[in-house]
Design a protein around this ligand. Structure first.
Ligand code: NAD
Ligand code: DAU
Length: 386
């Protein structure tokens, strides 16, 4: 079954819709004014923020097509009626920060494994009801996953049929969630699709992640804790492109398939840091090399040709998106302050106090001291070559 099951004007249940990528998806879908209705189910963890949905709630026409429910995807009683009322479910909800998964893995498993299972059971029930003629059609489920399920990719680029080899508790929970989705699709015939997005950046991202952490610290004149030699490679994808790809796969993806959503901008962290410092009007003297993340994945790189063949490509270049992101954080100090409530001070001290105490000033040469084997930035096809 292909994505024709999700017409314009459908009622979508979007879990995790108060977070970074989920709220972008909600804002973009409702701004089309095509009749789409959206219910967000979000637990509002430290990473969820109602302020991310203010634009929707302040617009009378959009607000009429929008509902917000605070709740947990692992709570079957909360999930069942929402799935029963939805034409499609987009599961964006997750615990998402690798460093937190290393400190405290349990919440990652509860949401990423049990939560996904609860959603799948609800979709399975509704699929059975559709087969019995009790509802018009079965709900499609889109599971938002990540390139981290492939593990560290030393050479080449991951394709969708590669084995999953997660290496952090976060990535393992995401892989487990995906495998459950695939098992339910095969066993019970659910209409389910999976996206695997690369490192996403842009406005509204919690300032625990590399780009917003370093941008906000740089703007405040604070130290930037670069893990290890800073030559780890990530493939950067603008949040508007990630949200667009999720919507595209929801409508055009084949049931049972997974789709890489590659950003096409593979860069070592040092290059990202150098560029964001330039955009923030700061220099490298703020950077400290600090003890590395345990099990740190050296490189992520995906082949995006499967989604390209369906007709989707990212649109926002890193050269355009990064300075705009820096400007957004400069202009949204109140949003940043709000994001840094909850457990922020405790988390920051736990994650960085010892690291920064052991931090060292490093020069800003591309290779830097202590570069590990064969990690030339150019080996990865910097800036979009695939
Ligand atoms: P985020 O941390 O900004 O937001 C996650 C949202 O999920 C928050 O609003 C939070 O309150 C909510 N949530 C968490 N647990 C929940 C639960 N049990 N029930 C209901 N809501 C819950 O995350 P993000 O960066 O927007 O990532 C969204 C999705 O995209 C995740 O599934 C993540 O694995 C995936 N992803 C993220 C990236 C990235 O670079 N940010 C890249 C690829 C894939
Ligand atoms: O690849 C997709 C994934 O990208 C998503 O699935 C995750 O939800 C998202 O958090 C992100 O994971 P990463 O671990 O790649 O992102 P993070 O921003 O934590 O780190 C990016 C790189 O920067 C990584 O090599 C670690 C490094 N880093 C990060 C932080 C927070 C530092 O050097 N210092 C830091 O303080």
């Amino acid at each position: 079954m292909s994505g024709n099951s999700v017409p314009d004007g459908a009622h979508l249940l979007i879990t995790g819709g108060a977070g970074f990528i989920g709220s972008q998806l909600v804002r973009d879908l409702l701004a089309r004014r095509d009749g789409t209705r959206i219910t967000v189910l979000d637990k509002l963890t430290y990473a969820g923020n109602r302020a991310n949905l203010e634009a929707v709630e302040a617009d009378v026409e959009q607000a009429a097509r929008f509902a917000f429910v605070r709740g947990d995807i692992a709570d079957a009683a909360a999930v069942a009626p929402l799935v029963a009322d939805a034409d499609a479910v987009v599961n964006v909800a997750a615990e998402t920060h690798v460093d937190r998964s290393i400190l405290d893995p349990e919440a990652f498993l509860r949401t990423g494994v049990i939560g996904v299972h609860v959603l799948l059971e609800a979709v399975r029930r509704e699929t059975d009801r559709a087969r019995a003629g009790d509802r018009a059609s079965a709900p499609r489920l889109l599971q938002v996953s990540t390139d981290e399920v492939y593990g560290s990719v030393e050479t080449g680029r991951s394709v969708e049929t590669d084995a999953l080899a997660p290496r952090s508790p976060y990535a393992a929970a995401k892989a487990a969630g995906e495998l459950l989705v695939r098992a339910y699709q095969v066993t019970y015939g659910l209409d389910a699709v999976i996206t695997r997005g690369s490192n996403t950046y842009g406005p509204h991202q919690h300032p625990e992640k590399l780009i917003p952490l370093f941008v906000t610290n740089a703007l405040a004149g604070e130290q930037l804790p670069m893990y290890g030699d800073g030559m780890q490679i990530r493939d950067w994808l603008h949040v508007a492109d990630h949200a667009a790809a999720i919507d595209f796969v929801l409508r055009n993806g084949e049931a049972g398939e997974a789709y890489n959503v590659a950003g096409g901008t593979e860069l070592p962290n040092r290059d990202v840091i150098r560029r964001l410092l330039a955009a923030a009007g700061r220099d490298w003297s703020l950077v400290r090399t600090v003890p590395d993340r345990p099990g740190h994945d050296r490189r992520y790189a995906m082949d995006g040709s499967k989604l390209a063949a369906l007709g989707w490509r990212p649109r926002v270049s890193f050269d355009e998106g990064l300075p705009a992101t820096v400007a957004w954080y400069r202009d949204h100090g109140a949003w940043v302050d709000q994001a840094r409530t909850a457990d922020w001070d405790v988390y920051y001290a736990r994650q960085y106090a010892d690291r920064l105490a052991n931090g060292r000033i490093v020069d800003d040469s591309t290779t830097g001291a202590g570069v590990e084997s064969g990690a030339s930035p150019h080996a990865a096809g910097v800036d979009g070559t695939r």
